[in-house]
Design a protein around this ligand. Sequence first.
Ligand code: SAH
Ligand code: SF4
Length: 405
Amino acid sequence: MLTQAVTTNPAQFVPLDAHPLQNVRKKPLFGLDRTALAARMAAVGEPPWRGRQLAEALYRQRLAEIDQITTLPKALRQQMETESFEVGRPKIAQVFQSVDGTERYLIQGQDENGQTVEAVWMPEGDDGESGDGSEPIQPASIQTDISREAGESKSWSRATVCVSSQVGCAVNCQFCLTAKLGLQRNLTAGEIAGQVVAILDRHSVEVGKDRLNLVFMGMGEPFLNYDNFMAAVRLLVEETGLSPQRMTVSTSGIVPGIERFAQEPDAVRPKLAISLNAPNDQIRGEIMPINRKWPIQAVMDAVRQVRLRSRERITFEYVLLGGVTDQPQHAREVARLVRRSGLPAKVNLIAWNPGPGIAYTMPTPHAVETFRATLSAEGIPVYLRRPRGRDIFAACGQLKRTVER
Ligand code: SAH
Ligand code: SF4
């Protein structure tokens, strides 16, 4: 039936592109720093200080549509839209809520057809930041948030945001679900910073008032997307106003990346966490193949190049895999490694979170406690990360779902 109706006369073909204007390639502004924004404005005949105005609107006021930027004259806003400019901030496409208050997001990047990326909001954090020099020690009586006016209380007094730096990851750690994807693509600076700004907006976070920690510990290896990762950090520090001392970047030990990071000025350098995860090169090489390229001592040498701020410490993350890395002798070896590094450091223990198709087992609560106590008895500051959002696959190493759908 249908075939009979199909015309063979080319003059009768109707192009699907019935609204050509809608298909004009948009020019996103989000992700550009104020100098680049000023250059875009100069191209439409505006003075350079429009760059500062736009940066303020995008990153501080968190406006998501050009029409909302009322600091710009209406005629200019209209002109910008005619010329196909858009804010182009990544959007939260889907939210999963955990019983513990954690939220996991699928965020649509700047390529509307591209895969979504994952980010996580953890009210009250997961204790990962404990003891790394970022939290002033306060007497219990003044620990509550006193900066907020009476009557405008929020359901959280501090929060941690965890963002992704890549879709998938090329590093191939054997215990990590993200590794199963391989590397799909690098995120742009706008897509990395955009996850943060979209989440700040969703929770009405007041930058400078609310206690907010940011961790680059989602999907991907930040130091294998170094330029975009650091460009995002600069936007978040210089434009959004977040403190680099409340940010932590975690790396599996990409030595050239750590060496570059060591050269970053204090004003924009987050704190550093190293995913140690094993007591020696032999076990680490098995569970993290990257160790064969950059073994533990090469990583330590690179980390020693970072000039730490006063009271700042390096965090060593350590995933406890049942029977593989969770034995008391492993704890003693880790203590020796950390002591010999000569670095001011602390160890964050993470009980392995299971994932489909990964043949490890969770450590028993007894093994976790023994490991913690052994490290502590050896004089190493040690903290246990609380698993957050396991029921919604938001916990460490569980971010993957996105690209499977
Ligand atoms: N690629 C970076 C940052 C993202 S992974 C890195 O590896 O450091 C963030 C942390 O989650 C790392 O310390 C990693 O070792 C840990 N992790 C990965 N998979 C995990 C899992 N299944 N359970 C618990 N922690 C995991
Ligand atoms: Fe990549 Fe980190 Fe997962 Fe290793 S643990 S595969 S580096 S995301």
